[in-house]
Design a protein around this ligand. Structure first.
Ligand code: CA
Length: 491
């Protein structure tokens, strides 16, 4: 079986001349050739800014660029027809499609409602700082432009637990909605800020059974309409985990498909938080390994001061490799974004080697590392360059990174590992050596089945030929602040 490799097929500032669905369709065959097996698309439904929304400000889950709502028919990424056509082409090329799914909130309500609320302390959401009061808020969603197509469900204040804006008072604050489901927040996985149920916009209240049913109906409709292979669940630490479990079980049973599910539970401090989430959801979802990303970030900033032996410590890849989706950067960590923590360029080949060429985790490649990007935000011009080493690293993952892994995490500045290869993949086996300090060398065992064989650095940074000795060991090399990837020399 081929190693799985995902790509996050967008970044926050996607601004190329072809819309994203069209570009993905054009690139489908190329992605398959590169060794990509699954594509994570951005939110495909209408956001509150119509054709300008990145997509995380969900307005109407049922509008996949089909209805004239929020001043446009298409979303930023194209219209429904183009979306379906891209999915079809990706499927034809053997790629899976993973849909971004935002359940925490909705934005851009159609009508005002008079609702009862209590203001809460922004730093401690469990503390009310006002008596019950009445405000006018945009909590009614009628989707007039869709006129009941696909679903006639109308959302109102009973579907939400909180809002952040009182229209009548022109006041921004966090207001807990007083409805039949309670005066406060739902139980959510994150206890940051007292209770982190509320994130932004109109926060969906999963205590309302009708809401849960509507979101299940939507999931089934979405799959039946688009033939999806998986879902990326946004912001799950702000969402009732019971609902997530209910939704996943419903989808798998109702659609008869074992969807690939990966959840975003952003955390850079405690791997225990991620482990806790796995426990309360019974291991139903993969999780993005934000802790490994954070270690990459620290290592890329610290240079040779960083102890490379520790790079996998307290990461999901280390603690629960089967459920880790590893990545180097994403749309939140890219320059100018809220969680900006972009890995320095010198370290990116090292980081990609660590997610692509080891056993642990399913790696997810970031769009800009393949295609580059140029954009401007807040007066800052940003230019990101595609990673020159990435195509070769992807090929080594697809063809050669199989079999037993032997680790050499035994030097602060120079670490390596080998993969022994397996019988299913001809010529497989690889030795990786990297340094964040001076040039390095290390004796590593790759297996006696390679005795007498020659290994070369496929990245071309070192020119030696390494001959494997009688015991199955070789001495491998790397440049300063660099990585070398040693593969069998084939005539
Ligand atoms: Ca929430």
């Amino acid at each position: 079986m081929q190693n799985q490799t995902l790509i996050q097929y967008f970044h926050w500032y996607y601004n190329e001349s072809a819309n994203l669905w069209t570009k993905a369709k054009q690139e489908a065959a190329n992605l398959a050739t590169m060794g990509i097996t699954g594509v994570w698309f951005p939110p495909a439904y209408k956001g509150s800014n119509g054709g300008y929304s990145i997509g995380y400000d969900t307005y109407d889950l049922f509008d996949l660029g089909e209805f004239d709502q929020k001043n446009s028919i298409a979303t930023k990424y194209g219209n429904k027809e183009e979306y379906l056509s891209a999915i079809n082409e990706l499927h034809k090329n053997g790629l899976n499609v993973i849909a971004d799914t935002i359940f925490n909130h909705k934005a851009g309500g159609d009508e005002l409602e008079k609702i009862k609320v209590k203001k809460v302390n922004e730093d401690n959401r469990n503390e009310f700082i006002s008596e019950e009061m009445e405000i006018e808020a945009w909590t009614k969603f009628t989707f007039a432009g869709r006129a009941g197509a696909h679903s006639d469900f109308i959302w109102d204040h009973r579907c939400f637990s909180g809002v952040d804006y009182a229209e009548d008072m022109k006041e921004s604050a966090i207001y807990a909605i007083q409805n039949e489901y309670g005066e406060g927040w739902e139980e959510v996985p994150s206890s940051e800020l007292g209770n982190y149920d509320y994130l932004m916009f109109d926060d969906i209240d999963f205590r309302n059974q009708a809401v849960r049913e509507e979101l299940k109906r939507w999931g089934k409709w979405y799959h039946e309409t688009c033939n999806l292979d998986g879902f990326r669940l946004d912001a799950v630490k702000h969402i009732s985990p019971e609902f997530i479990v209910e939704w996943i079980d419903f989808m798998k049973a109702e659609c008869g498909k074992d969807f690939f599910i990966v959840a975003e539970n952003w955390n850079i401090e405690s791997v225990e938080e991620l482990e806790k989430y796995i426990e309360i959801t019974g291991g139903r979802t993969q999780l993005f390994d934000s802790l490994l990303h954070h270690n990459f970030y620290l290592a890329s900033k610290a240079g040779k001061e960083y102890d490379l032996n520790c790079i996998f410590e307290n990461t999901l890849a280390h603690r629960n490799p089967l459920l880790a989706v590893t990545f180097v950067d994403n749309h939140d960590s890219q320059p100018m974004q809220a969680l900006e923590s972009f890995i320095e360029f010198w370290f990116r080949p090292l980081a990609y080697s660590m997610i692509l060429l080891r056993e642990a985790g399913i790696p997810c490649v970031f769009y800009t590392d393949v295609y580059g990007a140029e954009y401007e935000d807040d007066g800052h011009k940003v230019e990101l360059i595609g990673l020159a080493e990435l195509p070769q690293l992807l090929k080594v993952r697809e063809d050669l990174s199989y079999g037993e892994q032997r680790d050499y995490l035994d030097h602060n500045n120079c670490i390596g590992w080998t993969r022994a290869g397996d019988e299913e993949h001809p010529n497989s086996g690889v030795a990786v050596l990297m340094s964040n300090g001076d040039e390095g060398f290390k004796k590593m065992e790759i297996g006696k089945h390679f005795t007498g064989k020659i290994f070369i650095d496929i990245l071309g940074k070192r020119n030696e030929e390494v001959i494997i000795d009688d015991e199955g060991w070789g001495e491998f090399f790397c440049e300063a602040g660099s990585v070398s990837v040693w593969v069998l020399k084939v005539d």
